[in-house]
Design a protein around this ligand. Structure first.
Ligand code: IDP
Ligand code: MG
Length: 140
């Protein structure tokens, strides 16, 4: 397995409840290194662009409202098989279906306010990382 990078967001429901450290501990205890991280308050335009793949879904407008409702922590995680590893640590989109011990099972409030985002493929990881980070901000 190659060392890979993935993009992660700690969402507003989690920053509001001061869960950044507990979520980061799960990444680090499971072999993912946080090689870039910043706390930002996304603009509506940024959130709409980031989630544009979902623009025709019924939940899109609510999702954008949620993502701009408070600060988020955007991150680059690095490790073996990082994209799949992070998806495994996150758990299913709907916390009701998430496996025990996953971030969403532990912390998510709802299918929308589900605490974390993680890229779903290496190709999307590269696009999402480049959207939020300059190369010089990522230090492995
Ligand atoms: P993922 O985050 O597990 O990859 P996606 O299907 O890519 O899930 O959806 C993006 C985000 O949109 C989810 O993380 C969640 O915040 C929100 N979302 C997805 N499905 C629903 C839904 O049915 N109702 C409300 N929000 C949803
Ligand atoms: Mg997704």
């Amino acid at each position: 397995m190659a060392i890979e990078r993935t993009f992660s967001i700690i969402k507003p429901d989690a920053t509001r409840r001061n869960l950044t450290g507990r979520i980061n501990a799960i990444f680090e205890e499971n072999g993912l290194r946080i090689v870039a991280q910043k706390r930002i308050w996304m603009s509506r335009a940024q959130a709409k662009e980031f989630y544009k793949v979902h623009k025709d879904r019924p939940f899109y407008n609510d999702l954008v409202d949620f993502m701009v409702s408070g600060p988020v922590v955007v991150q680059v995680l690095e490790g073996e098989n990082a994209v799949a590893k992070n998806r495994e640590l996150m758990g299913a989109t709907n916390p009701a279906n998430a496996a025990p011990g996953t971030i969403r099972k532990l912390f998510a409030e709802s299918i929308e306010a589900n605490s974390v985002h993680g890229s779903d493929s290496p190709e999307n990881a590269a696009i999402e990382i480049a959207y939020f980070f300059a190369g010089c901000e990522i230090v492995g």
